[in-house]
Write a protein that binds this ligand. Structure first.
Ligand code: B12
Ligand code: SF4
Ligand code: SF4
Length: 329
């Protein structure tokens, strides 16, 4: 995994962002924590299968965060200091900056929680050479709670505060290559991101009860769910124009289609004509990655009859999937 791990020295030394950096001002922007019909979407047998999008990705929350941070940076510059905005761009470990700025504590799900507000926040910083006073560190607020650990559908939270990111669905939907077969059922109806370890968190539930969420307008561009059949029908250009602000490996829309096929396999009704047609198209797709995942989806939807389309497929990945689903009978 790359991100901040590609160059840890760069991501942990703020003076590489601003020479003589003396302080970091950290901002947290709340994003709407509901309005996501998780329990309606992804239901088995739905005639209009919908892929669920994690709350942080249902619209662009980083743009407005950067705007607010830019206002702070402008003010500092106006006063003669240097200042640079960084947010989710791997130049800085954002959570550690927020922790040291006294915004919150590390939850056992590894997210940063703000006292009384929970974790539905994206984080960003202004690095400056202005000598601002340091903040107090916030003590742990999880206490004896461990609710997020067993809530993880893949067991990725292997100990309090320790995430095996290779198993985290939020990573797997962003990872290139074949989606590991052992985590496909756990993906459920998700298309992008995963919120389970935050949804069960009592701090988030208390913040929602306190009405923090109600003050937020999800915005006209909010897309909590995405039509899976439309994803499978869209061209590369259409998919990038539609969902291109997500992190998509190598900017290749085939990975969004791959995720959509798994979500389809987990949630759709294989007898619906529209679903059947989508599976047939995917089994005939020019891209072997799509054919491979369509094999799994067709078998999962009890439509092994459609696999005749790929019976003589020469691609090794497709053949492997055919062997795999044959073993499952
Ligand atoms: C790589 C990455 C991922 C990876 C790995 C995540 C992980 N937990 O390690 C994947 C793809 C899995 C991922 C998933 C998600 N991510 Co992410 N991700 C990042 C990214 C790009 C780098 C983070 C990183 O690993 N840095 C390297 C490590 C060394 O630094 P660190 O994370 O600060 O690590 C510290 C912690 O491990 C800490 N620590 C953690 N837990 C505990 C517990 C205890 C008890 C202690 C003592 C210490 C401790 O010690 C480390 C050293 O300081 C950041 C953006 C950024 N530039 O920072 C976003 C970021 C962390 N992600 C974010 C979000 C929103 C998510 C998701 C919620 C998205 C989703 N809904 O699908 C999930 C949450 C999954 C989860 N349970 O963590 C937000 C977090 C917001 C918040 N409130 O905490 C960030 C900050 C992006 C942003 N700018 O807003 N993410
Ligand atoms: S984001 Fe989902 S898969 Fe990742 S640790 Fe949280 S619950 Fe587990
Ligand atoms: S669910 Fe409990 S243990 Fe997990 S982050 Fe929330 S308060 Fe902490």
């Amino acid at each position: 995994m790359n991100f901040t791990y590609r160059n840890p020295a760069r991501s942990t030394q703020p003076d590489r962002i601003v020479e003589s950096a003396a302080a970091i001002v950290v901002g947290a922007r709340r994003y709407p924590s509901r309005g996501r019909p998780w329990h309606q979407a992804g239901e088995a047998g739905s005639p209009h299968p919908q892929g669920v999008v994690a709350r942080y990705a249902s619209s662009d929350h980083y743009g407005p965060l950067r705007e607010s941070l830019t206002a702070i940076a402008d003010r500092l510059r106006h006063e003669g200091w240097q200042a640079r905005v960084v947010a989710d761009d791997n130049a800085l470990v954002d959570r550690e900056a927020a922790y040291r700025a006294g915004l919150g504590w590390y939850g056992k799900n590894t997210n940063l929680l703000l006292p009384g507000q929970g974790s539905w926040f994206v984080l960003g910083s202004v690095v400056t050479d202005a000598p601002l006073p340091p903040s107090e560190i916030i003590p742990d607020g999880c206490g004896a709670c461990r609710r997020c650990l067993p809530a993880c559908p893949t067991g990725a939270l292997v100990a309090p505060g320790v995430l095996d990111a290779r198993r985290c669905l939020a990573w797997l939907v962003q990872a290139p290559g074949v989606f590991p077969v052992e985590y496909r059922v756990a993906l459920g109806g998700r298309l992008y991101g995963c919120d389970d370890c935050q949804e069960v968190c009592p701090e988030n539930l208390a913040a929602e009860r306190a009405g923090h969420r109600a003050r937020l307008d999800p915005g006209a561009d909010d897309q909590p769910v995405v039509d899976l059949l439309a994803v499978l029908e869209a061209s590369d250009e259409q998919l990038l124009a539609w969902l291109g602000r997500w992190y998509i490996p190598q900017r290749q829309p085939r990975y969004v289609r791959r995720n959509a096929l798994i979500a389809l396999g987990n949630t759709a009704d294989g007898r619906q004509p529209s679903v059947e047609q989508a599976l047939q198209r995917a089994l005939r797709h020019r891209d072997a990655l799509i054919r491979s995942h369509a094999v799994w989806a067709a078998a999962r939807l009890d439509r092994r009859d459609l696999l005749a389309i790929v019976a003589g497929d020469p691609d090794p990945d497709v053949r492997r999937e055919l062997d795999l689903v044959a073993d499952l009978t």
